[in-house]
Design a protein around this ligand. Sequence first.
Ligand code: TXA
Ligand code: MG
Length: 348
Amino acid sequence: MPLVKISEESIRRVAEIISGGGLAAFPTETVYGLGGDAYNPAALAKIFEAKGRPRFDPLIVHIAAVEALECVADTGLLDGAARKNLAALAGRFWPGPLTLVLPKRDAVPGLATSGLPTVAVRIPAHDAARRLIMLSTGAVAAPSANPFGYLSPTRAEHVLEMLGDKAGLILDGGPTTVGLESTVLDISGGQSRILRPGGTPKEAIEAVIGPVAVGLVAGESAESVPASENGMASPGMLKSHYAPRVPLSVYGNDSPGAMPNQPGAALLFFDGASRDAWLAGQRPPVNAAAIEVLSETGDAIEAAARLFETLHRLDSSGVERIHTQLAGDKGLGAAINDRLKRAAVYPQ
Ligand code: TXA
Ligand code: MG
């Protein structure tokens, strides 16, 4: 079984595997990553292969300290304003769930960046992750350790179930704390732009550098599904992202009452009050196979930490479909809703 608890010895083993051109999975504060040496094109090719990920979807390069940034990014190519933003953002959010898109150094193979002149970089807020990066080559490319399109892993067991022996070793650090991937912010051009909402809320970024635009990551937007107009698209035909195997539908945060009392279905409420209001509005019996809540008190941080874990569990529980209430759109709610809408077969 390639699952090992965190220790200095197991961290060294993971670092050796990665330095030797192999792959290993490890925890970060956001989700588990499938890591390979960011400077080694053969290792990068193995990552795309193991995930079944299209090569047009670039990888995030993880470093252990801000001093290593110039090894992978050429910040001298940024204009003055962007350099100031970089210093402010790195000072405030690194280590942490913020990935910055910056001009790339030649040392980073084009395979890591899908041929883009930019590289996405972050410093994870996880001691074991930073230590293994330091002990390997100092730059570890690591996408989420799941097959492309499927739910992200927030536990070592998720990685084992989904990737099996494709990860040479899985470093088990227990459940991740943030539970959602990092926010991807492009500061390489004129206007800073969020390409993927995530663990660092837009409001927190704007408090540091002022207004940012919100756009889409090229790879992810190509794979995500636009809302079908009549809701009748065939689930099997859809290419979605962050998705469970069973169909998932989403409902507005303020309209949980619309969630159907359907046999075989799991109902996932954002907060306890919405569940209670839904139950009060039902004529018994309650037919739903499972009723769950992401956060009793409606705390988006708690809900984010439990989102993928709850979806993994419901997905393997034998229910036929999942109906989910969206979060409110503020703070981490925006990232939760981004993941749920991309996972949805019948988005609203
Ligand atoms: O929290 C995370 O970010 C996790 C952990 C393991 O660190 N990693 C992760 O990686 O989510 P991945 O590969 O699943 O997502 C990387 C995202 C994709 O949306 C990709 O399109 C975007 O980053 N990205 C990478 N390089 C880029 C670039 N040069 N320009 C624009 N977007 C980029
Ligand atoms: Mg991913």
